[in-house]
Design a protein around this ligand. Structure first.
Ligand SMILES: CC(C)(COP(=O)(O)OP(=O)(O)OC[C@H]1O[C@@H](n2cnc3c(N)ncnc32)[C@H](O)[C@@H]1OP(=O)(O)O)[C@@H](O)C(=O)NCCC(=O)NCCS
Length: 171
């Protein structure tokens, strides 16, 4: 059966959480590990909705926390798939926080997660491809090959000499 390709933005999901006392550290700001949990969850929902299979986190690129998020703030996570490789897919997540007092919205952080779809026997399974619709998504789509090779090298799963997308860095 011919696979039906869908646009990157059609894979987008959004979820919001309110920062409760249990989610905070001793400064009454959001505990970083809790935010990473929410990011992983948003990425998992996004990947699962696209594949309808079990999905697991294979890797997470670096996460930088730009500004503290306070107790009572509303955290919103937007996630979409930037590119499907074969059995794995890259997911981009954007996190914003709405301040409960000042009603200001801050950009907290962004990150790339890689998820792998598994079959009933826990073996990686092919994921339906997607295509970028707009200029920004095309930029993310194109850059995904470079980011994939870099993370596979860092994970010891690819030799630098085989990273054709990164030749300018390694050679
Ligand atoms: C992720 C996992 C399924 C990969 O299995 P594997 O036996 O290494 O399978 P493969 O080598 O065939 O790789 C499968 C895909 O994962 C990708 N992959 C594997 N390790 C990766 C990594 N560190 N970063 C990015 N992608 C990775 C491969 O590139 C491949 O993608 P592709 O098919 O699109 O080319 C396996 O390592 C696993 O189950 N890890 C634990 C996942 C988990 O429990 N996550 C929650 C953490 S608590």
């Amino acid at each position: 059966m011919e696979e039906k390709k869908i646009a990157t933005q059609s894979t987008k999901i959004s979820m919001s959480e309110m920062v409760m006392p249990n989610d905070t550290n001793n400064l009454n700001t959001l505990f970083g590990g809790k935010l990473m949990y929410w990011m992983d969850m948003a990425a998992a929902i996004c990947a699962h909705k696209h594949t309808s299979n079990v999905v697991v986190t294979a890797s997470v690129d670096n996460i930088t926390f730009k500004a503290p998020i306070h107790k009572g703030d509303i955290v919103t996570l937007n996630a979409f798939i930037t590119r499907v490789f074969n059995t794995s897919m890259e997911i981009f997540i954007e996190v914003t926080a709405q301040n409960s007092n000042k009603k200001e919205k801050i950009e907290s952080n962004t990150a790339f997660f890689t998820f792998v779809a598994l079959n009933q026997k826990s073996k990686p399974i092919k994921v339906n491809e997607i295509y970028p619709e707009n200029k920004n998504d095309k930029k993310l789509f194109d850059g995904a090959l470079r980011r994939r090779q870099l993370r596979l090298i860092l994970a010891g799963k690819m030799k630098p000499k085989d990273a054709n997308e990164l030749k300018s860095i390694f050679n």
